[in-house]
Each structure stands twice: as structure tokens, then as C-alpha cells.
Design a protein around this ligand. Structure first.
Ligand SMILES: [Zn+2]
Length: 486
């Protein structure tokens, strides 16, 4: 038995003005056949698990590219085509191959390619022929196309947002594919289009119950896997809507029925699961009046993880204008300011221009007199079982009351240890502001007095009715009250 594994992905915000080129992949994750030996990144984890399981079963493993970019605008065409070529060349050299396992995102767009996952998987299928089993693991923020459905035998998406479960889904995908390889099951897949653009915060109700419901359905006879593909609201592609995906053992009718029934349950909960956000003033009012801290504010408008710059200043400006003290906020992607801080050194006090640099969503920069408290040349943070690097990072204080954190590798804030590696105690803070939509939740909720979502201005609009889609032309909720009857 020979198993071929590879990873290629990013989450493309088609409205972002930041190009995704080779530098982004190099900075985020780029390995040519040895990610399982060297990477601790989230999207390398499935490959590590697949290698372990395949080798334990006595199979030979051929590992190809592992490439992942921090979300931004469309990937440069030549970069995508070179990565695709590398995977296909490695695959050709490895053939014959019994099983191909691909870790992809599901929302990758390159110049000239609206559906990179469908394109790559179809090319893999062309090469290996109909007998080889192809399994694909996707982030739940994915658009599932008919091309992808036709090219893969099994597709499984993450179930949890924050994404704490990619390793679990990797185990499941391997097991179903391994059974298919040994003709113990015959996977077939059905898709139900929810005709929705939304997000589901799965640690809290009622979305938490939907995850448990999917797991219950998986216990039914012949149901192999149930996924909710949330979709990615800021990707303008023809298949942008949320979908339910069900894999069964040889029973397409059952797969379709389960997908439709679950789809109806999700639809019925649409108002109570749809994300909402406070204004900056509402959130700061609640933070200031809370009996204890820290109150954690999530800056939904500026999450690098969905392709925002991570340098917007709207919330920080309000904090300073209102004179609120005992606040920690990060991480601002500002390599220029970090360089000045490193040159000046710890303890230096000077005037520094912070943030507001990348685009209109960044707001205006802030010119502040700051003190450099601590410099870290190789900062990192926890994300689930993964360890994500942050580049150089600095802790500054402004007027002695507000702690500001800057870094050089654009990333959202996943975990309190991003701040605490500097020696700051977040438990003593009144308010902590993080640039993240939901991934922060797993790490910060345990230390937070409360968690508030702030629909601040910025690159990421949270009103899904007003996203200026052009390629996604289907009627969808919440723009249309009942898109199923249109
Ligand atoms: Zn995601």
C-alpha cells in the first residue's frame, strides 16, 4: 500500500488589497516533503497524523508539498501553479498510489482560479485514475464545488470554530478512506445547499448543539461522516454559500436525506446562531463597568485570519480618547514600528507612529509617546495543539496605562500566551482587546470575566447582507428572507 499526502491552502479574502505571494507562504508554512518532521502548524497536523497511521498500518508514505498562507487577497497565479505542479510531479513519480490524502482549506482563490481545491483535486484524479481513493480534509470555512465533489471519494470538514478539531477529523478521514481502500465501505457523498451566508460560534449554544447533533447522526447505521461547511463570507466565488455534506456507505438517498434534514434544523436556528457585534462604545462601556476583569473584546473588523491587515486603530483610538486605563491590546502588524522599537531598545521612550498603514480598513495611524517595555525576537503563541510563530514582537506602554503589542508576522491573536510571554499578567487587566473573530475564544474564555464581540469598522464587514458579491449570484439569507422559494 502506498499513501500520498500533501497540503496546500489559504483562506482568500477576495476583497483584500494584500496580494498572497511566495513570501506569505514562506512566512506562514512552506515545506517540500518534510512538514511532518519539522512543522507544528495547524495545517501540518493532519499530515502528521496520516503518516503515523499509515506507517502503523504498514503502508509506505510519500509526502509532498505542505504550503499554507496567512489569509489575504487572491494567490498570485504563478505561485499557485508552481505549487500545484510540485504536487502533481511528486504524485506522478510516486505512482502507482493507493490512497491520496489532501489537507486543503476550501476557500483558496488564485488569480484565474476561483476554486483551487476543485482544480487541484480534479488534476490529482486525472492522474491517479478512478480506482485510487482520494480523501480531502477542509477547514469549515470552505466553499464546496461540484468539481471537488466529483473528484474526491471522501470530504470531511472541521466541526469546531475555534478550530480545535483538525486532528480528530484527520483521524476520521484516514479511517474512512482506509476502509474504502479495503472495500469495507463504499463512500458516497451528498450536499445540501443552505443558501445562507453566516458564521457559527460552536463553543456556545445553539451552535454547540448542532455539533453534537452531527456527531449523533454519525452514529446512525451507514452514515460515515457529517460536516457543516460554514462557507467563507468574504470570498466572492460562485459556491460561496453554507452547505451540509454527508458521507454514507453506499447509500446516496440516505446521504441526501440526512443532509436535508440537518439543513432544515440549521435553517430553523438561523436567527439565534447568526453572529452579532457591539459598537466600540457599547463594548467599552461594558468593559469599564464590569465588576472585575479582564473583559476580552474581539475586534471583528480587523482579523488577520480572515484577510484583514491587523493594523487598524479604531478601538485603540477610542480607548485613548476616552482615557480608559489598564488595557492591553494586540497584535498590531507593524514591521516598521517594531524595527524602530528594536533599534531604540528596551526602556526607550519616544514618539512612534502605530498602525493605520495598510489600507482604508486600517483607519488612521496613531502618533503616540511610548515606552518600549520588552522586545522578543522570536515570539510565538499557542493555537490548539499547534504552535504559531509571530516573528519579532514588542510590548509598549502608552502613558503608563495602555499596553500595546506589535509584531512583524501578520497573525490574529489566538491565545493569552501571546501576551504573557512578555511577562504581563492579563488577570490584572481591566480590558484586553484582541484582533480575532473566534479563534481567540478557546484560549481567552477561561481567563475572561466576559467575552464581547465588537463590530468595529475595518476591512471585515459583519453585515453579510451588504457584502458586494459579484461572482456569487445565488439568492442567500440574510439578504433574502427565504432564498429557497426564490
Ligand atoms: Zn476557518
Amino acid at each position: 500500500m502506498k499513501v500520498f499526502i500533501a497540503c496546500l491552502g489559504t483562506e482568500t479574502n477576495t476583497f483584500s488589497n494584500m496580494p498572497t505571494g511566495l513570501t506569505n507562504f514562506e512566512e506562514t508554512m512552506l515545506y517540500h516533503g518534510d512538514a511532518t518532521q519539522n512543522s507544528t502548524a495547524l495545517f501540518a497536523m493532519p499530515l502528521i497524523i496520516w503518516r503515523e497511521k499509515a506507517e502503523a498500518a504498514g503502508a509506505e508514505v510519500v509526502e509532498s508539498l505542505s504550503a499554507f498562507a496567512q489569509p489575504a487577497g487572491p494567490t498570485v497565479q504563478a505561485v499557485y501553479e508552481a505549487f500545484r505542479s510540485e504536487i502533481l510531479t511528486d504524485l506522478k513519480a510516486a505512482m502507482p498510489v493507493d490512497l491520496v490524502l489532501l489537507c486543503q482549506h476550501g476557500a483558496m482563490v488564485a488569480q484565474g482560479y476561483d476554486d483551487c481545491e476543485g482544480d487541484l483535486t480534479a488534476k490529482v484524479r486525472e492522474l491517479v485514475g478512478p480506482e485510487t481513493v482520494i480523501g480531502v480534509e477542509l477547514d469549515l470555512h470552505c466553499s464546496i464545488s461540484s468539481t471537488l465533489m466529483a473528484s474526491a471519494n471522501v470530504i470531511i470538514t472541521f466541526k469546531e470554530y475555534p478550530h480545535i478539531d483538525p486532528p480528530d477529523r484527520a483521524h476520521e478521514l484516514f479511517d474512512v478512506c482506509w476502509q474504502a481502500l479495503h472495500r469495507e465501505v463504499q463512500p458516497v457523498m451528498a450536499l445540501h445547499d443552505l443558501r445562507m451566508i453566516s458564521m457559527w460560534r460552536t463553543p456556545v449554544e445553539p451552535a454547540a448543539s448542532l455539533v453534537r447533533r452531527m456527531q449523533e447522526l454519525e452514529k446512525q447505521d451507514r452514515v460515515l461522516s457529517v460536516s457543516l461547511a460554514h462557507g467563507f463570507p468574504w470570498g466572492d466565488v460562485p459556491d460561496a454559500s453554507s452547505k451540509v455534506l454527508v458521507v454514507t456507505d453506499g447509500d446516496l438517498e440516505l446521504a441526501g436525506r440526512v443532509a436535508t434534514e440537518l439543513g432544515q434544523e440549521i435553517w430553523a436556528l438561523r436567527d439565534s446562531t447568526h453572529p452579532s457585534g457591539l459598537s466600540i462604545d457599547q463594548a467599552l462601556d461594558q468593559g469599564v463597568s464590569a465588576p472585575s476583569g479582564p473583559v476580552v473584546l474581539a475586534d471583528l473588523g480587523d482579523n488577520a485570519g480572515v484577510g484583514a491587515p491587523s493594523d487598524s486603530t479604531f478601538i485603540l483610538r477610542s480607548v485613548l480618547e476616552r482615557g480608559i486605563s489598564n488595557v492591553a491590546t494586540g497584535f498590531y502588524w507593524d514591521p516598521v514600528a517594531v524595527r524602530f522599537c528594536i533599534e531604540a531598545g528596551e526602556g526607550a521612550r519616544f514618539s512612534l507612529r502605530i498602525g493605520g498603514k495598510v489600507g482604508p480598513g486600517s483607519g488612521d495611524p496613531l502618533d503616540l509617546t511610548i515606552t518600549v517595555r520588552r522586545i522578543m525576537l522570536e515570539a510565538a503563541q499557542t493555537f490548539g495543539q499547534a504552535r504559531q510563530h509571530m516573528g519579532q514582537a514588542v510590548w509598549l506602554t502608552c502613558d503608563g496605562e495602555v499596553d500595546i503589542f506589535l509584531n512583524t508576522v501578520r497573525t490574529q491573536t489566538f491565545h493569552p500566551d501571546a501576551f504573557e510571554q512578555f511577562g504581563i499578567d492579563l488577570a490584572q487587566k481591566k480590558i484586553v482587546v484582541v484582533k480575532s473573530t473566534q479563534h481567540f475564544y478557546a484560549g481567552f474564555a477561561p481567563i475572561a470575566e466576559s467575552v464581547l464581540y465588537v463590530a468595529a469598522p475595518g476591512a471585515i464587514p459583519m453585515n453579510f447582507s451588504e457584502i458586494p458579491f459579484e461572482k456569487f449570484t445565488d439568492p442567500y439569507w440574510p439578504k433574502v428572507a427565504d432564498p429557497h422559494s426564490v
